[in-house]
Write a protein that binds this ligand. Sequence first.
Ligand code: NDP
Length: 249
Amino acid sequence: MQDYQAPADLLKDRIIMVTGAGSGIGRAAAKAYAAHGATVILLGRTVSKLESVYDEIEAAGHPKPAIVPLNLEGAAVKEYEELAMTIEDNFGRLDGLLHNAGILGTRSPVEMYDPETWNQVMHVNATAPFLLTRAVIPLLRLSTGASVIFTSSGVGRKAKAYWGAYAVSKFAVEGLSQLLSEELDDERHNVRVNSLNPGATRTNMRAHAYPAEDPRQNPAPEELMPTYLYLMGKDSAGINGQQLDAQPK
Ligand code: NDP
């Protein structure tokens, strides 16, 4: 997967939504998907960041993306349903969904963990992906071979002390991914759902989690894109319900 070489037209005419598309891994994925022919729906909370990704995609001559400003922390159920209606009106279906947006919260023992921060992290990292997926399932079913990718983490598979709500939220994401991989995979609709752990990656989140680390020791988000492309495109057809890694373990 890490050595995958995506054909230039891998995602031609595909409609793909990326959450947290304004920075870090989401930004790289949005640009990589657009560069391989997709019309990308850029979802995020900071409009200026989304606009800059939009401008880069447009300047490169790739399909014109769409911007969806949405704060996953506070968005109401109705907003997800309206978003689904807007996608249906404009595109008629959804071929791919990368759940990438996430927050770290605080690193502290469970005993000291601030309950408000706990709720915030659980909401952004786990409940919001549930609400978004729930709203767009009918649109994924209108596609052929749609791919849903949930972003996990090493601590979402084996918890480590002091990772608090972040670790628990990623366990929840793994659970949601497994549930959906069973519920959505039928012969007629063929929607596949997997979880992907990017591994240590040079982003703002990593810098916050490991302030003493030299960022140069981790790959840039762009270096993970072979796996992100592979899982989103038709070459991974049949891969469903798996826990995958974007870097060698
Ligand atoms: P960044 O912090 O660089 O990017 C996170 C993205 O999520 C940003 O675009 C951010 O928007 C968006 N986001 C955060 N909160 C909200 C919200 N309330 N509503 C909408 N968007 C929001 O992190 P990474 O790129 O490193 O992380 C991407 C994913 O990869 C996350 O799910 C993370 O848990 C996971 N991961 C990362 C690892 C790493 O080493 N980097 C390792 C393992 C997993 P804005 O910029 O506007 O704040």
